[in-house]
Design a protein around this ligand. Structure first.
Ligand SMILES: NC(=O)c1ccc[n+]([C@@H]2O[C@H](COP(=O)([O-])OP(=O)(O)OC[C@H]3O[C@@H](n4cnc5c(N)ncnc54)[C@H](OP(=O)(O)O)[C@@H]3O)[C@@H](O)[C@H]2O)c1
Length: 243
C-alpha cells in the first residue's frame, strides 16, 4: 500500500513510517524539516524499504492539496493517510499565550481537516481508503493547562467519528481510525514555554511512558484488518498512567 504520514520527521510519525515500511508498504513522509525526512528515508531504504519525501506544512491547504494531487499522479493511489502532525505547547489560559493557542488550532485541527479534504475525493471515487487520525487521551479528558490542546484533540475525535458516520452512510469502504495515545517519549513537550506548566510536570513525579513504536504497532494493527473491518478507536496507556 501507499501510506502518507504527516509529522513523519520525529516521534510517533517517524516510528510508524519505519514500521510500515518494514511491513512492505511504500511510505510518503510529510513534515517541514526536510533534513530529518531525508535521514529517515535513508534509514528506511537501508532496511530494504521504500520511502518518498513530500515536505510540507499541513496548515497550508493549497500547498497540501497540490502536493496530494501530484502524488496521486505519480503513484496512482494513496491507500492510507495518517494525520499525525501535531504540537502541544501546553499553557494556562491566564498566562495569555494566544499565539501558541492559535498554532495548536492551526496544526492539530486545521492540519487534519486540510489532509481530509485533500484525500477524501479520490478515496471516495475509488471506494477504498483509510484515514487515521492521531488524537490523544487528552482528547477524552481535560487537565489543568490542556484546555486548548485538549480542545484540539476532542475536535479530532469528533471529526473522526463524523467522517466515519458519513462514509458508512454513503456506503463507502473508507475506513476511519482515531488513535488515542497516553504519554509517549517524543519531542512533543519541547514546545512548552509556560514556566508554571514545566514546574507542575516536575512535581508530578515519575511515570513510565511509552515509546513511539508502541503506537506504531497499534496503527499497523488497524491497517492490517480486512477491507470491511473498521477499527474506530484505539486508546493506549502504560499500566502506570492513571489519567
Ligand atoms: N507524545 C505524546 O505523549 C503524545 C500523546 C498523545 C498524542 N500525541 C500526538 O501524536 C502526534 C505526534 O506527536 P509526537 O509525540 O510524535 O511529537 P513530535 O516528535 O514533536 O512530532 C510532531 C511532528 O509533527 C510535525 N509537525 C508539527 N507542525 C507541523 C506542521 N505545521 N506541518 C507539518 N508537520 C508538522 C513535526 O515535524 P516538523 O517540525 O518537521 O514539521 C513532527 O514530525 C501529535 O498529533 C500529538 O499530539 C502524542
Amino acid at each position: 500500500m501507499n501510506i502518507l504520514i504527516t509529522g513523519a520527521s520525529s516521534g510517533i510519525g517517524a516510528a510508524t513510517a519505519e514500521r510500515l515500511a518494514q511491513e512492505g508498504h511504500t511510505v510518503i513522509l510529510m513534515a517541514r524539516r526536510v533534513e530529518k525526512l531525508e535521514a529517515l528515508k535513508k534509514t528506511i531504504e537501508g532496511q530494504g524499504g521504500k520511502a518518498l519525501i513530500a515536505a510540507g506544512d499541513v496548515t497550508n491547504f493549497n500547498a497540501i492539496q497540490d502536493t496530494y494531487q501530484n502524488l496521486l499522479k505519480e503513484l496512482g493511489h494513496i491507500d492510507v493517510v495518517i494525520n499525525n502532525a501535531g504540537v502541544m505547547p501546553l499553557s494556562f489560559l491566564k498566562n495569555g499565550k494566544v499565539n501558541e493557542a492559535h498554532q495548536m488550532v492551526d496544526v492539530n485541527i486545521k492540519g487534519v481537516i486540510n489532509m481530509i479534504y485533500s484525500a477524501l475525493p479520490s478515496m471516495m471515487e475509488k471506494n477504498k481508503g483509510h484515514i487515521i487520525n492521531v488524537s490523544s487521551t487528552a482528547g477524552r479528558k481535560v487537565f489543568p493547562s490542556s484546555a486548548i490542546y485538549s480542545g484540539t484533540k476532542f475536535a479530532v475525535r469528533a471529526i473522526s467519528d463524523g467522517l466515519r458516520m458519513e462514509m458508512a452512510g454513503a456506503r463507502k469502504d473508507v475506513r476511519v481510525t482515531d488513535i488515542q495515545p497516553g504519554a509517549v517519549e517524543t519531542e512533543l513537550t519541547h514546545t512548552i514555554t509556560d514556566q508554571e506548566v514545566l514546574e507542575m510536570f516536575e512535581k508530578m513525579g515519575e511515570m513510565e511512558i511509552m515509546q513511539s513504536d508502541d503506537i506504531a504497532r497499534a496503527i499497523s494493527y488497524a491497517i492490517k484488518q480486512p477491507r470491511n473491518v473498521n477499527v474506530n478507536e484505539i486508546l493506549i496507556r502504560t499500566t502506570s498512567q492513571s489519567f
